[in-house]
Write a protein that binds this ligand. Structure first.
Ligand code: AP5
Length: 216
């Protein structure tokens, strides 16, 4: 399985990726997670990326493509992969196509999580993440059993810096301007599959499984 999860911020890409990586035994490659890790390490890359991320803007394509190329050199991608949050611009998608062609591999499917704007705004402002294992919670739809504590590992939950209302709006604007055109791009390549991401996570998961049944 070589998959891409497309969708606006808060569509549930991270939540669905957690199930897909287990089910298909493939690495989950989230460019957002890699960037946040670099920011927390205060690496050169992290320092460059942090200003863009705080404002809800995209990190420049050159930085992202370097990161992705490096990640694709790892042994585990031979099993397949699941990209979450990449590609996000037409330029990234075209460059990614070139890399795949050079490696003589092709994508299996691009899953587009369709969701209404008011749903994502609500989800993002109530999202919490475990600072230790990265598990994603939601204060309303997927709350932890004990307030602020991760069910899985006991880690403390935190709110992402870009999950503040003004930044959420900017991230959505950026999505409509720069990422939404990828839907047409992958549709024209016959790779796009739409699923309803307004539903409870389990239902969306079933829709994705239905799509991927054809490839496994
Ligand atoms: P990134 O980390 O990729 O963030 P994003 O795309 O904005 O997506 P999110 O992680 O916010 O949402 P999600 O769809 O994963 O939702 P989740 O599953 O958590 O990017 C962050 C930043 O990094 C970007 O702004 C940019 O600056 C930079 N960046 C990253 N990649 C880049 C690239 N390729 N190029 C340039 N810049 C890049 O779910 C959200 C919430 O909803 C959670 O609380 C969850 O519990 C809840 N939830 C999920 N599904 C459901 C459901 N079905 N029902 C009810 N609640 C649900």
């Amino acid at each position: 399985m070589r998959l891409i999860l497309l969708g606006p911020p808060g569509a549930g890409k991270g939540v669905q990726a957690n199930f897909l990586k287990e089910k298909y035994n493939i690495p989950h490659i989230s460019t957002g997670d890699i960037l946040r890790e670099e920011v927390s390490l205060k690496s050169e890359l992290g320092n460059k990326a942090s200003e863009f991320m705080k404002r809800g803007e995209l990190v420049p394509d050159e930085i992202i493509m370097e990161m992705v190329k490096e990640r694709l050199m790892r042994e585990d991608v031979k099993k397949g992969f699941l990209f979450d949050g990449f590609p996000r611009t037409l330029n990234q998608a075209e460059q990614f196509d070139k890399i795949l062609k050079e490696k003589n591999i092709s994508l299996t499917a691009v899953i587009n999580l369709n969701v209404e704007e008011e749903v994502v705004i609500r989800r993002l402002s109530t999202r919490r993440i475990c600072s230790n294992c990265g598990k994603i919670y939601n204060l309303i739809t997927m709350p932890p059993k004990v307030e602020n504590i991760c069910d899985e590992c006991g880690g403390k939950l935190y709110q992402r810096e870009d999950d503040k209302e003004e930044v959420i709006k900017e991230r959505l604007n950026v999505y409509y301007r720069q990422t939404e055109p990828l839907i047409k791009y992958y549709l024209e390549k016959n790779l796009l599959y739409n699923v309803n991401a307004n539903l409870e996570a389990n239902f969306t998961q079933k829709e994705i499984e239905e799509v991927l049944k054809n490839f496994s």
